[in-house]
Design a protein around this ligand. Sequence first.
Ligand code: ASP
Length: 426
Amino acid sequence: MNEIDSIEQPEKKGHRWWQKIPLTLQIIIALILAIAVGVALGAGNPSPANEALIKNLAIPAELILKALRALAPPLILVAVLHTFMTANIPGTAGRRLAVLLFTNTTVAIFIGLLVANVLRPGTWGRLSDPGGTGSAQQKFDPWGLIQDAVPKAILEPLVNNNVIQLIVIALSFGIVLRAIKSEMVSQGKNEFKPIEDVIAILFEAVIRILNWVIALVPLAVFGIVSYTVAKEGFEPFISLGAFIIAVLIALALQACYYLSRVRFGSWVKPLNFLRGGSDAFLMAFSTSSSGATMPVTFEVLQDKIGLRESSAALGALVGANFNNDGTALYEAMSALFISQVLGQHLNLGQQLLVVLTSIFASVGAANIPNAGLVTMTLVFTSVGLPTQYIAVLVTVDWFLDRCRTAINVMGDMTVSALLDGKRDRG
Ligand code: ASP
């Protein structure tokens, strides 16, 4: 089990009345109010007298984005270290698991990029500039990236949000800490424990701060939607609608890929897989959290689908911590979508960089609601896309998060079935 799960959450008491309203409902209320305010302020034809007010409506989204950008590097760093320190994976099964996770995530990203390249949702309508001060559009320079891969100081990537440098640091420390732990375990020593505990506590701390930021998302949605409607009317939402359709198609294709893998790589029948797993999919959709769904995933894999405990544990418990194919697919599609909106073509090299950073971003996307939004800032930065456009995606993230979480869970379950192999259970 995840170390973090053993950190007891304090009793949630003394909540104010609005904190008792589910986040999704808060966002929907914010959307309705925002449309009303946007229409009152001109619906695409604003009077000059309201200009200052409309501009200020974008401030909450800008602040929340800044917070997400600041949290992304520490989140990825501690998530990768935490995974290396705590994942308890036996030798050969571990290697198989790693290969399966890597292939599934890569396929997910390629499906996402393919659908986004074919449908080009970013060209279906115009999207307004959300304003704000995100990272500016930069020129892509692959050699420069390689030259820059090693940071001048260890903490530098935490300051400049350089994702390649962050990956280098996280992997180096992750591999070394894991090796030290293994050596100590084989000598019967446990001096690594305090470091493991510190990493688990830091991980939990970053996630708790992230939850504060997420609680403010309805405010950001209200601001950015009323700003957009007031300034541009409803046209920008055509593009967002196209984006939702494209993401849903890509997620559906990924689900088909999983089912064919299950059909040909394990003894489980795809229909039984779907029927047996339905509780986990529904739970993932309703909580937007593959972490919260983990106990249900583990249970249905064993009790309803009939996998061995060891296969169920590897896929559901290890996979849920760092296997987020739906998130990877979504992050890559978002980057391509915004590049299309801006008319900024991402060439093959840049799209490959999107693949690489999306893999890491999805590993770092903790299994909680909206976490993908945080790490997406790094994917955008890596190819020089302005991160302030993520504010626009916040408007639809509450729904797409549910869908990609269900796919994240389905991905974990697929890995479990594949690890269980082809032996016939009758
Ligand atoms: N909500 C997702 C999960 O729990 C992570 C994400 O935001 O993409 O799996």
